[in-house]
Design a binder for this molecule. Structure first.
Ligand code: NAD
Length: 262
């Protein structure tokens, strides 16, 4: 309790899934959270979360597209207006529309790279600008994926975008260390969220013979600890957001149930 008391955080892609679980976990540790999502339900999700945590932390919801600089900047400004500062930025929003390798188009590549990679670079810049102005330092935490370490044949742009998250985490960590801003990421394997329902449906569209639900089962069978629930990731996210990780930067923590072992 209270590990993040008085810390003001922004979590992108938090209307549902991993982002929502992280945002609530931050609030339960006393932090205040700006929920940011493209989905119009985000303000209601934030209000509900505030009720659910029973006053442990405050929440606001801002509808924004993480690929648009002016919208990200506005969400950060709103955070400062409501809570006084920005201490922790979670660049979490992402998409995974699968396509057979030979069918990947320029359009598909650009969309996935824009949402998953550009938003992380630009979100880090905007968060850092605010943290530097405050003179407080801060923390940036990016959601990567095991796909950033090992490319998947029907997820080429997604894999490349997550490899970009891994290397941008290192680049930003080096660039921002003088300002006492740490940048780390965590890389899950399979987490049971709506992303998988969408992925299942999309795999079908591109000719997968797997029945609905089979893709997640197939991927999960390779994981010693099985598929994760979003809540299985929050301990790592809180560690990266708290002072416990102050001397750690540029790292990607694999939180993949043992899918990959060094
Ligand atoms: P999800 O689809 O359940 O939630 C993603 C959220 O991001 C949605 O609420 C969506 O509206 C939002 N979003 C999408 N595009 C956006 C945009 N342009 N601007 C603002 N918000 C936007 O997905 P999830 O499983 O919770 O995934 C969260 C992150 O975790 C993603 O980066 C994903 O790549 C990564 N990840 C997920 C898994 C998994 O198995 N679920 C595994 C590894 C990594």
């Amino acid at each position: 309790m209270d590990r993040l008391k008085g810390r003001n955080c922004l979590v992108t892609g938090s209307a549902r899934g991993i982002g929502q679980a992280i945002a609530k976990a931050v609030m339960l540790e006393g932090g205040n959270v700006t929920f940011v999502d493209l989905d119009g339900s985000v303000a209601d999700v934030a209000r509900e979360a505030e009720k659910e945590v029973g006053g442990a932390g405050r929440a606001i919801g801002v509808q924004a597209d993480v690929t648009k600089r002016d919208q990200v900047r506005a969400a950060i400004e709103k955070t400062v207006e409501e809570f006084g500062s920005l201490n922790v930025m979670f660049n979490n929003a992402g998409i995974n529309p699968p396509l057979n390798f030979m069918d990947v188009t320029e359009e598909n590549w650009e969309l996935v790279m824009r949402v998953n990679a550009w938003s992380v670079l630009m979100g880090t810049q905007e968060a850092a600008r605010q943290m530097i102005a405050q003179g407080t330092g801060g923390k940036v935490i990016n959601t990567g994926s095991v796909a950033g370490r090992q490319g998947y044949g029907n997820m080429a742009p997604y894999s490349a975008s997550k490899a970009a998250v891994l290397s941008m985490t290192q680049a930003a960590a080096r660039a921002l260390a003088p300002q006492k801003i740490t940048v780390n990421s965590f890389a899950p394997a399979v987490v049971e969220t709506p992303l998988w329902e969408q992925l299942d449906a999309d795999l079908h569209k591109i000719g997968s013979t797997k029945v609905p639900g089979e893709a997640v089962t197939a991927f999960s069978s390779l994981i010693p600890l099985g598929a994760a629930k979003p809540e299985d990731l929050t301990g790592t996210a809180l560690f990266l957001a708290s002072s416990d990780s102050d001397y750690m930067t540029g790292q990607t923590v694999l939180i993949d149930g043992g899918r990959f072992m060094l």
